[in-house]
Ligand binder design. Structure first.
Ligand code: EPU
Length: 420
């Protein structure tokens, strides 16, 4: 397993450019299966999770051509509708292909979808929504079988706000005759970006970005070019990195509007920043001069993204006072704090959703295994603050979501060793 070796503490400086959004790019691949022909994807993040989804596309018979951040997917030769568990187990977004494949006709079989180990990752709302569309769902133990005899538009209320379930049902409804209404939908920018793209291709989606989305089914979609929006989670992570290491960083090709919940927390903490339409500059300082925000609560968009909670918690370990971190989305997204405590943090896990962070505490380098993308990046930030050497193992988990991280960190002055 590849490792990062980071000796801290380190101060960084310069410009860093945000990649295309992982959580937009991953959905662009199933969206291509709604159309017959070649779709050009631009500003695609070059990461492992996208790689897995492209492998699935190829397994299904699509022609995939990659050149840097540009990917073309030609679905005209797609014959198969079976997604092997070897690949579905590596990506939760594999389930998003079911709707588009069923709309091409016949049956779809898929192994259990995988994903980050951040708590239960049920797919009940996908299945319930599919059934509402008239799709027969059979759990065969090692795989699911889906059959669509007669598809019908539906009204579906999501019991829990879910980003990928919203996007999945929205995509599927674009080609089902009649009007589908999705209530309690996710409002994340990636949902809006997908809806805008599908509308360019001829879909009739309204309300994306609000909690009620209406989709009037059309007969077909025309393949069009799709450019990914900037990754708001990378933007937020780089902003936190600057604040935590007391660095002055210019984050380019960003959309600060998408991280306003984090910027509001920065205001409370006294972290200085400047923003423009497509850039964000964070001017970090000695972290003991920041104030604790008292509590931070993760929430669906436009609230604080759960994915920014682990890096933000690292910053909180360096600030005077006690902060309550309340993780409301996933019940497994606080267990990494044990890793931070091993590095010297003083965090009490109150229950699976709440932790009390007492700061400031000096951090020390340790040997750490990266548990998932966002906890992994939290450990990278902790390592850059910590005194001494940190070896971060299993960085596959970080590379799943971050493109050329080591190279990009080096460009802003970080010393990061890479051991294969
Ligand atoms: N949920 C259900 N049933 C379902 C689906 C979800 O109960 O059928 C629950 C989940 O258990 C969770 C909540 O709904 O408690 C929210 O989960 P959601 O479905 O929104 O998560 P997701 O769509 O699988 C996406 C992102 C995640 C991000 C979450 C929350 C993608 C590919 N992934 O996941 O990103 O944390 O939304 O914003 O879009 C990451 O980028 O590292 C990552 C994990």
């Amino acid at each position: 397993m590849s490792k990062f070796v980071i000796s801290g503490p380190q101060k960084l400086q310069g410009e860093i450019t945000v990649a295309g959004a992982k959580n937009a790019g991953l959905k662009a691949i199933p969206a291509a299966f709604l159309m017959n022909g070649k779709v050009e994807l631009r500003n695609m993040p070059q990461i492992q999770d996208v790689e897995v989804m492209l492998q699935i596309a190829q397994e299904l018979g699509a022609q995939v051509v990659k050149q840097g951040d540009q990917v073309s997917i030609d679905t005209s030769g797609v014959k198969s509708s079976h997604i092997s568990s070897a690949l579905s187990g590596k990506a939760r977004t594999s389930i998003m292909l079911v709707g588009p494949l069923l709309l091409r006709g016949g049956e779809v079989t898929i192994g259990h979808p995988g994903g980050c180990a951040i708590g239960r990752r049920p797919i009940d709302q996908f299945l319930e929504g599919f059934r509402a569309f008239g799709i027969a769902v059979k759990d065969e133990g090692d795989q699911y079988r889906f059959r669509a005899d007669k598809l019908r538009a539906a009204t579906y209320f999501f019991p829990f706000v879910s980003v990928t379930a919203t996007e999945t049902l929205m995509m599927t409804a674009t080609l089902i005759p009649g009007t589908t209404v999705l209530k309690n939908s996710a409002c994340e920018p990636e949902v809006q970006a997908l809806a805008n793209y599908l509308n360019q291709c001829g879909a009739k989606i309204s309300g994306a970005g609000t909690s009620t989305i209406s989709i009037e089914g059309v007969q077909k979609l025309a393949p069009m070019e799709y450019a990914m929006i900037p990754d708001r989670l990378e933007t937020g992570m780089f902003a936190i990195l600057a604040a935590a290491t007391g660095s002055d960083l210019m984050i380019k090709r960003a959309n600060p509007e998408h991280v306003e919940s984090l910027l509001a927390i920065f205001e409370h903490m006294g972290v200085k920043y400047e923003r423009g339409q497509d850039w964000l500059r964070v001017i970090g300082t000695d972290t003991t001069r920041y104030r604790s925000p008292g509590k931070v609560i993760t929430h669906e968009y436009p609230g604080l993204a759960t994915d920014l909670q682990p890096p933000l918690t690292v910053l909180l370990t360096q600030i005077p006072g006690t902060t309550l971190v309340h993780e409301t989305i996933f019940e497994g997204r606080l267990f990494y704090i044990d890793l931070l405590n091993r590095m010297g943090a003083n965090i009490i896990l109150c229950d699976p959703h709440r932790a009390l962070v007492q700061g400031p505490t000096p951090l020390r380098g340790k040997n750490i295994e990266s548990p998932d993308i966002r906890a992994g990046i939290a450990v990278v930030i902790a390592a850059l603050i910590a005194q001494g050497e940190t070896v971060i193992d299993n960085i596959y988990q970080i590379e799943r979501g971050f493109e050329r991280l080591e190279e990009r960190l080096k460009a802003i002055g970080a010393t990061v060793g890479y051991v294969n």
